[in-house]
Design a protein around this ligand. Sequence first.
Ligand code: NAI
Length: 392
Amino acid sequence: MIVEPKVREYICTTAHPAGCEENVKEQIQYVKEKGRMDGPKKVLVIGASTGYGLASRITAAFGCGASTLGIMFEKPSNGKRTATPGWYNTAAFEKAAKNEGLYARSVNGDAFSKEIKEKTIDIIRKDLGKVDMVIYSLAAPRRTTLDGTVYSSVLRTTGRPFTNKSLDLRNNTIGEKTVEPATPEEMEGTIKVMGGEDWKDWIEALTRADVMEKGAVTVAYSYIGPALTYPMYSDGTIGQAKKHLMHTAVELNREYPGVSAYISVNKALVTQASSAIPIVPLYFAILYKVMKEQGNHEGCIQQITRLFHDKLLTDPVNMDEEYKIRMDDWELKPEIQEEVMRCWENITTENVEELSDIKGYWEDFYHMFGFHFDNIDYSQDVDIEVPIPSLE
Ligand code: NAI
């Protein structure tokens, strides 16, 4: 089948298997160039198939030589429709890991469920004995709790509506968008889905099953961002969930003495989860331009490799108060944010290409789905039914 991108606003409904493989290969190459690290040996990544979780799995495997077990929620191809990009990424990751003799196994299912937690524990027991690192990188729209209640995560403000400039992704024009405040139920739902409760459930289940090494490390990912996006992010529903996640890190360190829990506060990047947040994509596009100009732009793989090299595997761990590791240190530099604000205030549809890296934004977007790689011939037929070896 010849696979083309089908983009609807902030989502692409197709994915290219060869392009996704290329994306994974480039990330592996980057990690290898950065050199070998003395790090974890048996790593569980929850949310391992795209974005920050995939970058974490690649860094652990190809940077530290770790065995990895990855949990994800992806769809295979049905022969007519392509699989989701996370499916192809995982197939490519497992292939590359196998070529280098690295253990890699994946579990496709709902990480919030008891069934997937039990299945994961069984695999760890059988194949790895115990894990010494757990990365929690879920970004999900909903969660069904054990009593069957379905909670949804929403991207809204709290308190009052927020109006600001916004990039219309359908036609790259600058308009205005108003985001309405969440109801109390929506706020609760977002905290249930994106807060720390399920992270803690995982650590509890793994500890109770005695499959965590003594001294194991667990890291969850968060975002804070600049004052510009506070109403939409940090002070919004997602920010409330992230505050809950941060409190959970403190609780985990207190309640599980054998485990060290950290929050890595990462940089804003285009991923499937983040492109859905209103108003924020314009900030991304401006940030990309400013950071590229100042020579410190990073993607997911650069962020996570730097996290491992410079902050997490150092002794002591390079963190601030409350177990937070600041990978947003470069994004929040005053010289970056001052220039971002200047562009933000002046940006219009007419100068959008000049004051933002709209091309870079879209390049990252297409790459996520395996498109726009120079060395892939998109006119060629490709087999869209790609198996993930460990799921066979
Ligand atoms: P993503 O959308 O690329 O990845 C989400 C992952 O979660 C995928 O592997 C997906 O398969 C998995 N997943 C979703 N629902 C699942 C479920 N029910 N069961 C099992 N797996 C499931 O998202 P991204 O952006 O990499 O986000 C990961 C974390 O990083 C999130 O906590 C996010 O808030 C955080 N983060 C993201 C930033 C960004 O700008 N993208 C910045 C800082 C933090």
